[in-house]
Design a protein around this ligand. Structure first.
Ligand code: 13P
Ligand code: SF4
Length: 354
């Protein structure tokens, strides 16, 4: 079966949400209300590095976490908290619920999705898998619970490489979905036999190779940090290619004073916190006059703000629910990834880590 014969959905990218500006006093009041509710409800915030810096700071200050998607998945399983407030995109909330069915998992906005998830509908993906039964199905975490339920392994950007290496060493053929850029990068490095689903991240797809070359010439001593959801000609210019955590660690640990960063701008908050003396430069996107997706800020991540975080704690709405049959299937490949990570010591947090 040819992937071109599947009619894939068109991705509708929302406008970047514009939240009303809060005065310092309003912000402090809102934060205090959130702190109180978290305490009363035995709740913790599990936030991604791409969310609003105010949320990231509040998550850390209140005993929650700010992390990449691998660590976000793991963090919830290690908590006594009864409620996980996932500030990120929907697949992150779903993964938390799949791993913690007894906990309440809520999100500020359930419309916060991801172009990779949207571009990989479970029925079409399943048809593709059925047509290639001899392949091991490896899916990126940025997928629905249903797609995960159809897979053999779930991976995040932080662990995709060693898992594919492990499978390739056993001679397994891989059906990979949905991010074609991450998939091709892993394929180039490992040499694995991989069939690719043609998905992409609308944010990372916008980084431009020619403009990046120009910026590199202006900053010859800068290290180039690239998330592997970016196009191949951008990845090829990178000094470091890795998960959000890997890119933050690079800023903290490398000797360079300047860094050109090709990933969502939300990550600058943590990078700057880890290395305040270093200079961070945004990698170029489509530039002025281009659409919202080219601003290097994920519009779905932008749906998380102090205002709707407070509201959801107040109302208890926006709970993530997963069909029990799907959950039973989806937990297997996710747990396989976490067990592999634990066994290899991958992504385990050390004190002072990003
Ligand atoms: P990380 O797992 O590297 O945090 O990536 C998640 C993501 O959605 C990047 O766009
Ligand atoms: Fe999805 Fe891209 Fe947004 Fe990450 S940045 S959540 S991959 S759309």
């Amino acid at each position: 079966m040819n992937i071109e014969s599947l009619k894939l959905p068109e991705i509708k990218v929302p406008e970047h949400p514009r939240w009303p500006t809060l005065s310092e006093q309003e912000k402090q009041q809102l934060k205090q209300q959130i702190r109180d509710k978290l305490h009363q409800q035995k709740a913790v915030i599990v936030a991604h590095y791409y969310t609003d810096p105010e949320l990231q700071a509040l998550a850390e200050e209140t005993g929650g976490c700010v992390a990449d998607s691998l660590e976000m998945a793991r963090f919830g399983t290690q908590q006594e908290a009864q409620t996980l407030v996932v500030c990120g995109v929907r697949f992150m909330g779903e993964t938390s619920k799949i791993l913690n069915p007894e906990k309440r998992v809520i999100m500020p906005d359930l419309n916060a999705t991801c172009s990779l998830d949207e571009g990989c509908p479970a029925d079409l993906f399943s048809t593709f898998c059925d047509a290639h039964p001899e392949h091991t199905v490896v899916v990126y975490a940025n997928t629905s619970a249903e797609v995960k339920a159809r897979s053999d392994w779930v991976v995040t950007s932080g662990i995709a490489m060693p898992i594919v290496e492990h499978l390739a060493a056993k001679g397994e053929k891989i059906l990979w979905g949905p991010d074609r850029h991450l998939g091709s990068y892993v394929q180039r490095v490992t040499g694995a036999d991989m069939l690719m689903w043609p998905g992409s991240c609308v944010v990372h797809e916008e980084f431009k190779a020619v403009a990046l070359e120009r910026i590199r010439r202006l900053h010859p001593d800068a290290a180039v940090l690239v998330h592997p959801e970016s196009p191949e000609n951008v990845i090829q210019q990178a000094d470091v290619i890795g998960s959000t955590t890997a890119l933050i660690k690079a800023v903290a640990n490398m000797d360079n004073q300047e860094f050109i960063v090709a990933t969502d701008g939300g990550i600058f908050y943590k990078m700057q916190q880890m290395a305040p003396e270093k200079t961070l430069i945004e990698a170029p996107t489509a530039g002025e006059g281009a659409t919202c997706v080219s601003c290097a800020h994920c519009p779905w991540m932008g749906m998380n703000a102090l205002q709707n975080l407070n509201q959801v704690l107040e109302s208890g709405a926006n709970q993530i629910e997963i069909d029990p049959g799907i959950r039973e299937q989806a937990v297997i490949p996710i747990q396989r990834m976490l067990d592999f990570a634990a066994h290899q010591g991958i992504g385990m947090r050390n004190k002072g880590d990003a």
